[in-house]
Each structure stands twice: as structure tokens, then as C-alpha cells.
Design a protein around this ligand. Structure first.
Ligand code: SF4
Length: 492
């Protein structure tokens, strides 16, 4: 019988997409995903994050719980990958000797081989590479969604933000060639996918490797040529590298959504300097003004860190000022906490927890007042919703379905007379009847419903798979060993 696997993912979209690759690789190597009724798989992979607070405590806590499970289930293997594995390396098997495989962010493709070797040698395998051996997008990928897909345009980051561990763990930026990216997008659209999110730590510096600072805007325009691709999103842009041609490309390319997630981090120029983020609040707001001038309906979202070392009350007020001026439709807010290995962790001026907490609460109150007011402007408007799975926690109880509007807002809608006909992946137009700070409700009869190929796939339980080998993508760096005997191409 085929061995079963499960992947547990922590952290950001990069990790979620990497987990899709881990699943694709394992399935290509003959494993099957654990059934919903199974208690434990034969291979359990943790794809870890080093950015979130207490990430190591959570990982080691989970590993501790698995020790007796492994005793009861001989032959079970545990693998730990991702950013924390890249950071802690051999420390993981020293702390948890029942772990079988540790692999890093640069060698996901090696996982099946490492599992095989650990099984054969009955000893833990730890393999961490210092830089990318193959571009991960060419690994076979088992996609989680029938209607939306992630496509990496670059990995790594050339910036050195002082709070961020990413450059240390993901390395320098590696850009994928535009033709390869577009080929992967086309391959996804061919399976019925309607929406693609272009993914990079800093999408605005895309092209730095091949010397074209306008490459990202050109890439957006090129996605507009792909028949059947209805929505294009991207994450994350960086205000330092943001050029006006990207705004022009967004406005001129009909399938590019008018939504922009642009991290602010702080509204204080002094704090931005200490964070080593080389734009200033004026530049940030200038980009927003130009985005709104070109696309008045654009929804702008952001990330903000409160309580960075040395942040004064005046600095914090400057952040509130930018929040009020920017009129975000949503903001991810974080309390600063030390990340070992980052420059900010050893900076003077670390703030007491209660100061950070108190500012954080004021920030949330300010953000919510604005997001709620922005959302209320949409009441009475008809929005296009791409129906999703798992976006509405209360859907079962309320009888609604949920999805995202073109601008990225979450919409819970009543299916009315279409009950039983609307599937995840279908497109519904409906009129907003109520706004909350974090979502919209549409409780009237939907205006229209379009069945899509993504909806057909969802109904049939099919998930898109992109077999990297078909895309013919080049590897970067030195030639790599094939990750598994069955893998035809080794790349990310
Ligand atoms: S831009 Fe800054 S925060 Fe973003 S990944 Fe690079 S170093 Fe980290």
C-alpha cells in the first residue's frame, strides 16, 4: 500500500506555496495524502516559519507530542523544513532526536531522497544548502485550489530590513525569467484556474537580476494577454522600488485587480530609517495618491509593526497620521517582538510590553474605524465575487457562501434561489447590503451566477497539478541531483 503523508504549514504565502510543492514532490514519489479519517500519516512534514513569535516553541511542542506517536507507529517519519529548519539546522535533531529529516528553504526538492536515505540508514538526515540549487517553481506542485494559484516570480530578498530574518534564510533575490512565469500561469489557466497571485518578497525589484527595472510592469501587461485568466494579483510590493509604470500597467490591464497590498511598517521616517527601509512616509503616500488617481476604486491594504525599538509616542502618532491619510481597506498589524538573528533584536530602546500593547490597541481602533468607513461606501454597490472554500467560518450556520471581490474584499453572500447550484470557483455578482470592518455581506438575491471550469473542477474534486518538467524551466546555480528517481526535473 502507498505510504501516506501530511504537510503542516506555518507562516506566509511563500510557505503555503512551498507546501504545495512539497505535496507535489511527495505525490510524484508515490506517497498519497493522508485521508481525513487517518490519525497519523506515514510521513509528517512541518514547513516552518521563523518570522512569527514563538515559532520554535510551537515547533518543539508539536515535535514533543509526536514522540510517543512514533513509538506506537514504527516506520513513521517526521521531516522539518522551512525557515526555522534553515535557521536551527542540526539543532532540531539534537533537541528532538526522533526527527528523521531536516531540510532547508533552498533544497525542498531533496525531501523524497532524504526520507529514503533516512529510512535506509535508520539515521537522521540533515541537509541545508546556503543558496538555492534549483528554482522551486519547476518542482511538481499539488495545488490546493481549483480556482486560484500562486506563481513565484522571484525568491529571496536583497533588502536588509532590520526586523526581518528573510534575507538570512531565503538568500539574495533570484528572478525567474518572464517566459517561464507566463508558461506556468498558462498551465494553471489551462486547468481552469481563474486567478493568479504573482509572488515575491519584493515584486517591484523583479528584473534586478537581468537588468530591467521595468520588468514587473511588463509582466503584468503580459498576463493581460492570457485568455481565460480573469484576475491577477501580486504580493508584496516595496515602496522603495515601486515605479509609476506598475501603476500604469495595473490600470491598463483589465485582468489585473485594483487591489494593492503595500507594507508600510511605520509612518515615522525615523523608525523607517532604523528599520533600514529606505522610503519615507511622503513617498509612500505619494504612491497611494497616484494609484488612486489612476484607479479610484483601488483597495489598498498594508502591514504595520508597532513598538519597534526606539519608537516614541510622536513616531507612533506619525504612523496613525499615515493610516488616516492612506485610508486602508485592511491592515495586518503586528506588535514588534525580537527575532533572534535580526539586527533589531539587539538594538537599544526595546519597549516595555505594556507600551507596545497600548499602542497596538490604539492602532487597531484607528485602522478599524477607517476600514469600516471605507467598507460602508460599498453598500448598495454590485460586486463580482469569486466563490471560495473556507473563507466563511459561519457559512454553514448562516447558509451563506463566501469569496473575494475583485478588490480583494471578503464578501459573505446569500445564495437565494441559487442554493445548490453555486460551486467554489464560480463567479457571482451580488449587491452589498451591509459592511463590517473586515467583511461585506450581500443578503439579497444574487444578480447573476456564472458556472466556470474551476467550479466544474471543484465539483469533481480535482485539484490542479503543475508538473514542473513540462514547463522546461532552467535551474539556477550549480546543477543539482535529481530529487527523486521519479522526478524528471529538479527546480524551484
Ligand atoms: S523587503 Fe524587508 S521585510 Fe521584506 S523580505 Fe526583504 S528584508 Fe524582509
Amino acid at each position: 500500500m502507498a505510504k501516506t503523508y501530511n504537510v503542516v504549514t506555518y507562516g506566509c504565502q511563500m510557505n503555503v506555496h512551498d507546501s504545495e510543492r512539497i505535496s507535489g514532490l511527495l505525490e510524484q514519489a508515490g506517497y498519497v495524502r493522508m485521508g481525513t479519517g487517518d490519525e497519523h500519516p506515514d510521513v509528517l512534514v512541518f514547513n516552518t516559519c521563523a518570522v512569527r513569535e514563538n515559532a520554535d516553541n510551537r515547533l518543539y511542542g508539536n515535535l514533543g507530542h509526536l514522540r510517543p506517536v512514533k513509538t506506537r507507529k514504527p516506520g513513521m517519519q517526521i521531516a522539518v523544513g522551512g525557515c526555522l529548519a534553515q535557521k536551527d539546522r542540526g539543532e532540531i535533531v539534537r533537541k528532538a532526536p526522533w526527527v528523521d529529516v531536516v531540510f532547508g528553504t533552498h533544497n525542498i526538492g531533496s525531501l523524497p531522497v532524504l526520507l529514503e536515505r533516512a529510512r535506509h540508514n535508520a539515521a537522521a538526515e540533515v541537509e541545508i544548502l546556503e543558496s538555492l540549487d534549483v528554482f522551486p517553481s519547476t518542482l511538481p506542485t499539488r495545488r490546493e485550489s481549483t480556482y486560484a494559484g500562486w506563481v513565484s516570480i522571484s525568491v529571496g530578498c536583497n533588502n536588509t530590513c532590520t526586523f526581518c530574518i528573510v534575507p538570512a534564510l531565503r538568500g539574495k533575490e533570484k528572478d525567474r525569467r518572464p517566459g517561464d512565469i507566463l508558461a506556468e500561469v498558462r498551465a494553471l489557466v489551462d486547468t481552469g484556474v481563474l486567478e493568479v497571485t504573482l509572488l515575491g518578497q519584493n515584486v517591484n525589484s523583479y528584473g534586478v537580476e537581468f537588468g530591467d527595472r521595468y520588468a514587473f510592469g511588463k509582466l503584468l501587461r503580459a498576463t493581460g494577454e492570457i485568455d481565460g485568466l480573469e484576475r491577477v494579483r501580486f504580493t508584496s510590493p516595496h515602496p522603495k522600488d515601486f515605479t509609476d509604470d506598475v501603476i500604469a500597467a495595473m490600470a491598463a490591464t483589465p485582468n489585473v485587480c485594483h487591489s494593492l497590498h503595500m507594507p508600510l511598517q511605520s509612518g515615522s521616517d525615523a523608525v523607517l530609517r532604523a528599520m533600514r527601509r529606505s522610503y519615507r512616509s511622503e513617498r509612500y503616500l505619494g504612491i497611494i495618491d497616484r494609484v488612486r488617481a489612476a484607479m479610484p476604486d483601488a483597495a489598498i491594504t498594508t502591514d504595520i509593526i508597532v513598538g519597534f525599538p526606539g519608537e516614541t509616542e510622536a513616531d507612533f502618532q506619525a504612523t496613525l497620521d499615515v493610516v488616516r491619510a492612506a485610508r486602508f481597506s485592511s491592515a495586518f498589524t503586528f506588535q514588534y517582538s525580537k527575532r533572534p538573528g535580526t539586527p533589531a533584536a539587539t538594538m537599544d530602546g526595546q519597549l516595555p510590553k505594556q507600551v507596545v500593547q497600548e499602542r497596538y490597541e490604539r492602532l487597531i481602533a484607528c485602522v478599524e474605524e477607517i476600514t469600516w468607513a471605507e467598507n460602508r461606501k460599498l453598500v448598495g454597490q454590485t460586486v463580482e465575487v469569486l466563490v471560495a472554500v473556507g473563507e466563511g467560518r459561519k457559512d454553514e450556520r448562516t447558509g451563506r457562501m463566501s469569496g473575494r471581490a475583485r478588490d480583494g474584499r471578503l464578501v459573505h453572500f446569500d445564495v437565494g434561489s441559487l442554493a445548490g447550484q453555486v460551486r467554489p470557483g464560480d463567479i457571482v455578482h451580488t449587491t452589498v447590503t451591509y459592511a463590517a470592518p473586515h467583511h461585506l455581506n450581500a443578503d439579497g438575491e444574487p444578480v447573476s451566477h456564472r458556472r466556470t471550469r474551476a467550479g466544474d473542477a471543484a465539483e469533481a474534486g480535482r485539484v490542479p497539478r503543475t508538473p514542473g518538467v513540462l514547463l522546461g524551466l532552467p535551474a539556477v546555480g550549480p546543477p543539482a541531483e535529481l530529487p527523486a528517481p521519479t522526478a524528471g526535473c529538479a527546480a524551484h
